[in-house]
Design a protein around this ligand. Structure first.
Ligand code: GCW
Length: 691
């Protein structure tokens, strides 16, 4: 297991400045840590590694309270050890939500103790990472009184990794890290990935693609079928899954599986997968029981059904609720559940309305073991979308939100686009589900069966995420799931300091690059006022989604000789009518509809005047130019860091910026020329070539 060629990301544990070191050593050189659960092994190992790196020596680990020192760290459950039971009210600690922890400086028998306690083993893991983060970011730890609980009960990464083949759908960081061929043999990399996830509070992992019949759109042959994701439900593969689960379990992370709805036929030999068929019901029940015999803390199933060629209940004229509930029932009596995706669309004039049409009327009909997992927007992880209407439409259903950590539409590992500000916007959006003041983040945190899922970003690349700067999206995803009230600036600052150190010039420059990257990405990909989905699709087997091609999907931008945008108002496709009032009125009227979403909701004349007097066409030109210019500026800021950031990382990111700057101009020019062709209205500033 010798593999040390990949990056530590934000867990670098670089030596802290000398002036601060003594104070940390005083508190952390001696640690009395509970034993027992595997998570506590992870706690001890992380303390050794982190403190050795940051303070220059490993802590001394004690089996009892050390009496010869002034100060020590103590980690364990409430009531478990005297320095904890005699200083912390056990109720306070036992009452914490799963994963929550208390970190407090107390005095005990004349000694100063830093106490970390939690109601669960994973809480102790999170608390340990929190403490190490305080040291890494240079925060004082002399007088701690921290009480943290995760806002979202479930914080899951969904890998779109194709087992055995090791390709990653929408992955831009190399092959899948999961080597199913070799499992149950374990790789050091699994442990390090688990550390990265746990350090930001992620508690679940789905290691295989939701497209379980990969490649879904090509002809299946036997060799392909043998290596497809649906095969993971076979006993021999469940044993491999348990090996993987044993690693993640150590860090408090539960393992799930994406499953294929036709598994009773493909694996069970039945002639139907109809959810009303008693044999099908029995098959799922037996399968779930079998999984729990092998993986005792199994998290559950993730299901893509009746979407993009995957089988589902529609094959039997059953609804999504009927389809999901047969699986939900199989989880009764087990501590796991079903995450049923609402990503469905078909031939229809406006794809945006479809998920709502398929799901909203089923509110209240889903089994209590089912969560409906909704993408943040109604289209598909675009650079900016309105927030999905479903979040405000299903109060009786456990809802989960699906975000994309990987950058399918935001530069594919080349452009360092931070998704954190986008996610903040989504989570803060007021659905009005329960009157004014019902933001998405509150809709997701009402019950234990809810939470946030993020489509994974890591691969075999030494930098994990295809671009060093994009590690910040994995970091930010976890931090926001844990606490959606953290600001983009706070999260960015934490990440930069742990990843690049504390040199203020570097911290400022890297932070500014990340903070400005999303707006730039929107501007050069869309023109900033609500257009989207103008990318190239390419050959059916090699969907590119990276290059500009506005002519490929005209229905998404609606450009004609008379204007641009798509009428999704109540009188148009009706998407706006799916919101709660007053949102419907707000979006229906172009005067109140926010400019950044204007052309998503309205088809407007090219010379429609915006608030500042600019016309729609001129604004598109201007924003496309501004976006490409902003990328040049981001690139300059990065280049200026030469010599201040280590050569390897500097060069790697600089190379990607070269490509980024070119690609932003390609988008700008392609879209400008296309809009000119349609509108025949020249750019006031003469930048767009006429014809
Ligand atoms: O965004 C689209 C992607 C597909 C993906 C699908 C989904 C996993 O282009 O690659 O398939 O969404 O979310 O199911």
């Amino acid at each position: 297991m010798v593999e040390t060629t990949y990056d530590d990301c934000w867990l670098r544990y670089d030596r802290v400045e000398e002036t601060l070191r003594a104070a940390y050593r005083e508190r952390l050189s001696h640690a009395y840590v509970s034993e027992g659960a595997p998570e506590l092994g992870a706690v001890r190992a992380e303390l050794r590694r982190g403190l050795e790196g940051m303070l220059g020596r490993e802590p001394h680990l004690w089996q009892h309270p050390p009496r010869s020192v002034d100060s020590f760290l103590v980690i364990g459950h409430p009531e478990e050890m005297r320095p904890i039971s005699e200083t912390i009210d056990p109720e306070e600690a036992w009452d914490l939500a799963d994963g929550g922890f208390l970190l407090r400086t107390v005095e005990w028998e004349g000694q100063e103790c830093t106490v970390l306690t939690a109601s669960s083993d994973r809480g102790l893991v999170y608390g340990t990472f929190h403490l190490l983060r305080l040291v890494a970011t240079g925060e004082p730890i002399d007088d701690l009184d921290v009480c943290e609980e995760p806002a979202n009960a479930n914080r899951i990464v969904n890998h779109w990794d194709n087992p055995f083949r090791r390709s990653v759908e929408r992955g831009y960081a190399g092959q899948s890290i999961f080597d199913w061929e070799r499992l149950p043999d374990l790789r050091e990399r699994y442990f390090d990935y688990a550390r990265l996830l746990a350090s930001v509070g992620i508690d679940g992992i789905v290691p295989n693609n939701v497209n379980t019949g990969i490649p879904p759109r090509s002809t299946a042959n036997d060799a392909v079928a043998e290596r497809a994701g649906w095969q993971l439900l076979k006993r021999e593969n469940l044993e491999k899954l348990e090996a993987l689960a044993s690693v993640f379990r150590r860090y408090g992370i539960r393992t799930y599986l994406s499953i294929n709805y036709a598994a009773p036929i493909r694996l069970g030999g039945l002639d139907t997968a109809d959810p009303h068929d008693p044999e099908v019901q029995q098959w799922w029940q037996d399968k779930v029981d079998e999984i729990y015999e092998i993986v005792p803390d199994f998290g559950g199933f993730l299901v893509k059904a009746d979407s993009e060629g995957q089988p589902g209940p529609y094959d039997y004229d059953r609804s999504h609720a009927e389809g999901a509930n047969v699986l939900g029932e199989a989880f009764e009596g087990h501590d796991g559940r079903v995450w049923w995706r609402a990503f469905v669309y078909s031939e229809h004039d406006d794809r945006a309305v479809q998920a709502y049409e398929a799901f909203a009327h089923l509110d209240g009909e889903f089994h209590e073991k089912v969560t409906v997992q909704i993408k943040n927007g109604p289209i598909d992880f675009q650079q900016r979308e309105p927030v999905s209407t479903l979040f405000g439409a299903m109060p009786e259903t456990d809802l989960g939100c699906e975000l994309q950590i990987t950058g399918e539409y935001t530069g594919q590992g080349v452009h360092p686009t931070s998704h954190v500000p986008m996610w903040k916007e989504v989570l803060g959006f007021d659905t009005h589900a329960d009157g004014e003041g019902t933001p998405v983040k509150d809709v997701l945190t009402e019950r234990d069966g809810q939470g946030i899922a993020g489509v994974g970003i890591v691969g075999e690349d030494p930098n994990w995420t295809g671009n060093y700067l994009l590690q910040s999206n994995l970091y930010g995803f976890g931090r926001l799931c844990w606490n959606p009230d953290l600001s983009t600036e706070e999260i960015t600052d934490e990440w930069v300091r742990q990843t690049f150190g504390h040199d203020e010039a570097v911290v400022d420059a890297v932070s500014e690059i990340l903070l400005d990257s999303w707006q730039a990405c929107i501007d050069y990909h869309t023109g900033g006022i609500g257009l989207m989905h103008m990318m190239y699709n390419g050959e059916k087997t090699l969907e590119n989604h990276y290059d500009p091609a506005p002519w490929e999907w005209p229905e998404y931008h609606g450009a004609t000789a008379d204007g641009i945008g798509v009428d999704r108002t109540t009188d148009g496709s009706g998407y706006a009518a799916q919101y709660r009032e007053p949102l419907t009125d707000f979006y229906d009227d172009p005067e109140t509809c926010p400019e950044e979403l204007l052309l998503f909701f309205h088809h407007l004349p090219w010379e429609y005047e915006l608030e500042d007097g600019t016309t729609v066409i001129q604004r598109l030109y201007d924003d496309l130019y501004a976006g490409a210019a902003a990328v040049d500026e981001l690139r300059e800021r990065w280049l200026a860091l030469e010599g201040q950031v280590d050569e390897r990382r500097h060069r790697h990111v600089a190379e990607r910026f070269d490509e980024h700057a070119l690609q932003a101009k390609r988008w700008r020019d392609t879209l400008c020329e296309y809009f000119y062709e349609k509108s025949e209205i020249p750019d006031e500033h003469g930048r767009v070539p006429a014809g």
